[in-house]
Design a protein around this ligand. Structure first.
Ligand SMILES: Cc1ncc(COP(=O)(O)O)c(C=O)c1O
Length: 387
């Protein structure tokens, strides 16, 4: 199957939406597998995964049927009444992680998961400070944005709710200097997403773990983007063998349905009690059905193996045209380009291939669905070769 060259010029549909997103020049009317279709039947290969969420691709039968069946059976919404499907989703997620977490708090967005993780750490330690890593993105709520690198450009709140310091990536000496007896938590994306698929590596993450132990701080892995299979392992924590005290995850978790989770170790879980955390939509039955369906498909269709194999194929074949290096893990990859990434993005979209950008202007980011195959990568390689 081939991508379609897009017609130019493009007129975005006029509407009353807040004008806060730059619009790519392609309107999506429908989607199937790894393909997006425009209103006139144009076909675009989605290597952006609908903002890293479409783990199973579009129109996945098992996921769609699970969502419809749950909507028919019961869409009742509150955590105050027990539901089998919520308990099952939590248990399956804990088992899938392969890590020693004791409980799961289900929420609806990555920022919400991070906000709760930070709050628990500050509360548990009664300390005023959080350390984060340069380049990090953790979300747009007051706490999550406080630990987001460069958020001053849009933060808006008059002050941050706690003291924050940022550590340069990979700098082991800076860890000792910035993570101290005043530090409640260190929050880190093991593979930074928005920064451009920057893999912080097992050594650096293990050093953070050791320093947190020394000073009594909690380690939070933000795996909103890199987690739930995108690294080719269930979580990057699994991949690197470094166990955080808390792990947040979202995006791929519901395959596009808003589902996020905060996983907590036994030590953190022991501090949880009634009334400490809350949410309206988190843990709703349709959210849980989508999470279970995503897990079921990842396991039964051996999608983690697919991510690892096709990721290696991208690394092998896509060092062509303007691409000078490939970084990242699994299906969170950054192509370093010899020309501004924005130009490459626009030229690829003209050829019917959607890719992401990054805060690094020299990186094109790939976040494809886990079902991507070598034949799709060949389309990318051929398009890149012609640029
Ligand atoms: C690593 C990371 N953390 C947190 C967030 C925030 O997630 P959400 O947009 O679901 O609030 C994102 C979103 O891109 C992210 O990539």
């Amino acid at each position: 199957m081939n991508a379609t060259a897009l017609p130019a010029p493009f007129e975005p549909p006029s509407d009353g939406l807040a004008p806060v997103y730059a619009q790519y020049p392609f309107e999506v009317a429908s989607a199937e597998g790894v393909w997006l279709m425009g209103p006139r039947g144009e076909r675009v290969l989605d290597l952006y995964g609908g903002h890293a969420v479409a783990a199973l691709g579009y129109g996945h039968r098992g996921w769609t049927e699970a969502l419809i069946a749950q909507a028919r059976a019961c869409q009742f919404q509150t955590n105050a009444l027990p539901m089998q499907i919520r308990a099952r989703a939590a248990r399956r997620l804990l088992d899938f992680s392969g890590l020693d977490f004791a409980s799961v708090f289900l929420v609806s967005s990555g920022a919400e998961a991070n906000e709760n993780a930070l709050r628990l750490a500050l509360r548990m330690t009664s300390r005023p400070h959080v350390a984060a890593v340069e380049g990090a993105f953790h979300g747009r709520t007051a706490g999550a944005a406080a630990v987001t690198w460069g958020a001053e450009a849009w933060y808006g709140f008059p002050r941050k709710p706690f003291d924050v310091s940022f550590m340069p990536r990979g700098d082991l000496a800076a860890i000792d200097a910035r993570v101290t007896e005043h530090t409640a938590a260190v929050i880190v994306e093991p593979v930074q997403g928005l920064a451009g698929a920057v893999d912080l590596g097992a050594g650096y993450l293990a050093a953070l773990r050791r320093r947190c132990e020394q000073v009594g701080a909690l380690l939070i892995f933000d795996e909103v983007q890199c987690g739930f299979g995108r690294s080719g392992a269930p979580f990057a924590a699994t991949l690197y063998g470094v166990m955080p005290d808390m792990l947040t995850t979202a995006k791929a978790l519901g395959n596009g349905f808003p589902v996020a989770a905060l996983l907590t170790s036994a030590k953190v879980s022991a501090t949880l009690k009634v009334g400490l955390l809350g949410t309206t939509y988190g843990g709703g039955p349709m959210a849980c059905a989508t999470l279970l369906a995503a897990l079921e498909a990842i396991e039964s269709e051996r999608l983690l193996e697919n991510v690892r194999r096709v990721s290696a194929y991208i690394r092998k074949t896509c060092m062509v045209g303007p691409v000078t290096a490939v970084q990242g893990e699994g299906f969170l990859l950054g192509l370093r380009t010899g020309r501004p990434a924005k130009q490459i993005q626009a030229e690829l979209l003209q050829r019917g291939i959607l890719v992401g950008g990054a805060s690094d202007p020299g990186i094109v980011r790939l976040l494809p669905p886990f079902i991507l195959k070598e034949e799709h990568v060949d389309l990318l390689r051929d398009a890149l070769s012609g640029l």
